[in-house]
Ligand binder design. Structure first.
Ligand code: ADP
Length: 159
């Protein structure tokens, strides 16, 4: 049984694993793209959430599977509805920084009850002007969990 010292060392290591070392590439659409295009992209890229880019390719919002299902119900022409109209929009988007820990990001997933967090870096002074550099999802957490269980050396992101 691990002593207190080992235990706190382990906890410190666990909470220091950076998002930077584990996030996936972002899958994005433009604000003016249609709901149909977004659905096709969701299938082609095999993701559950798309990040929506607005002017200057900054983060404008997020569309999830259920957002797209809701939009598809009872609408005749999915080509005429832009994703910008149905997305959850900034500044109500929960994000993480590449420097945040995987632990803190996982806490955010649970706290806000979402499947996916855009990994962002600020562009300039305006804190709502965010560049999307990755995606952090429940799958990311599962991968890190399994890698920890296997005691894979790269988990901590040191190398
Ligand atoms: P689904 O709706 O497909 O189950 P989520 O649970 O992730 O997927 O999304 C729930 C709602 O929260 C959706 O309306 C979605 O637009 C929104 N949402 C998803 N991710 C985020 C996020 N990171 N920040 C804010 N809202 C989000």
């Amino acid at each position: 049984y691990a002593g207190d010292e080992n235990r706190s060392l382990w906890l410190r290591r666990l909470r220091a694993i950076p998002v930077r070392a584990h996030h996936a590439p972002p899958v994005v659409v433009g604000e003016a793209d249609s709901v149909r295009e977004a659905i096709v992209r969701l299938f082609l890229e095999d993701v559950g959430t798309l990040y929506v880019l607005g002017r200057e390719r900054l983060l404008a919002g997020v569309v999830s599977r259920k957002d797209l299902l809701r939009a598809a119900i009872g609408r005749q022409n999915l080509d005429e509805v832009p994703v910008g109209v149905i997305m959850t929009r900034m500044p109500n988007i929960v994000t993480v920084s590449p420097d945040d820990s995987v632990y803190d990001a996982a806490v955010k997933l649970l706290e806000y009850q979402v499947d996916s967090l855009p990994v962002v870096v600020p562009r300039g002074e305006n804190r709502h002007a965010l560049e999307v550099v990755g995606r952090f999802t429940k799958t990311t957490v599962t991968r890190v969990f399994v890698a920890l269980g296997r005691d894979e050396p790269w988990v901590g992101g040191e190398s």
